[in-house]
Write a protein that binds this ligand. Structure first.
Ligand SMILES: O=C(CO)COP(=O)(O)O
Length: 252
């Protein structure tokens, strides 16, 4: 299997601009080679151009945490995917459970964002995942199948091969209660089977699937050892340079 691991930090709405710049300066020469693992940070939109300008090499890939579906127009306060691409952003995280919950984002809206991201030459990291209630009542698989099917609607096979899916069970986010590696692998394997059903085995083998939810330097190895887990989307443990580097070193 030749899928390259991708470890992405999701800073959410944390840090000052000064701290973000310090982070880039501190980690950029310590990152594993980009041919071994992709090192990504998803930062607040206001930091993105400065972080990109601070880089002295392109080992650290910069992601946005959200964007709008249109490139320009009368959409007060929104983040244009065209402008993100112009400043050098490469990935955009979409469909995070916090955006689904607090900003009422639907699968259809997330699908429109995915199309806008591709149209502008970037790649989406599409999040999915179930609540504790859904997990306990056995509704995880139909729910995730619906999320994936609707988020990928209209994307072609080449696009799906390049994008990243992040499986984040809501009950594991920021709670310290990570999913067991076996359970995470089972669900990531299910996501891969949904992609195979929608596209082909070739596409399913190529798409990278991350696990996210209380991933730390001391538990990431068990996830990466699993067949269907190709990386991690990490909140809290991506905020400090030392811990971010430790997460990456496990892949080498
Ligand atoms: O939501 C997450 C990443 O997108 C996970 O956050 P934590 O790693 O802090 O649990």
């Amino acid at each position: 299997m030749s899928r390259k691991p991708i470890i992405a930090g999701n800073w959410k709405m944390n840090k000052s601009l000064e701290e973000a710049v310090e982070f880039v300066k501190e980690v950029q020469d310590k990152l594993p080679d980009a041919s071994v693992v992709e090192s990504v940070i998803g930062a607040p939109a206001l930091f993105l151009p400065t972080m990109i300008q601070t880089r002295t090499n392109d080992q650290l890939v910069i992601a946005a945490q959200n964007c709008y579906t249109e490139d320009a127009g009368a959409f007060t306060g929104e983040i244009s995917p065209k402008l993100l691409a112009e400043v050098g952003v490469q990935y955009v995280i979409i469909g995070h459970s916090e955006r689904r919950e607090y900003f009422n984002e639907s699968n259809q809206f997330i699908n429109e964002k995915a199309k806008a991201i591709f149209r502008n030459g970037m790649l989406p990291i599409i999040c999915c995942g179930e609540s504790l209630e859904q997990r306990e009542s056995g509704e995880t698989e139909p729910w995730i199948k619906e999320q994936i099917t609707e988020a990928l609607a209209g994307l072609n096979a080449d696009q799906v091969k390049q994008l990243v899916i992040a499986y984040e069970p809501i009950w594991a986010i920021g709670t310290g209660k990570s999913s067991s590696a076996e359970l995470a692998n089972e669900t990531c394997g299910f996501i891969r089977s949904v992609v195979e059903e929608l596209y082909s085995q070739d596409v399913a083998n190529a798409v990278r699937i991350q696990y996210g939810g209380s991933v730390k330097p001391d538990n990431i190895a068990q996830y990466l050892a699993e067949e269907h887990i190709d990386g991690a989307l990490v909140g809290g443990a991506s905020l400090e340079p030392t811990s971010f580097i430790q997460l990456l070193e496990v892949t080498c």
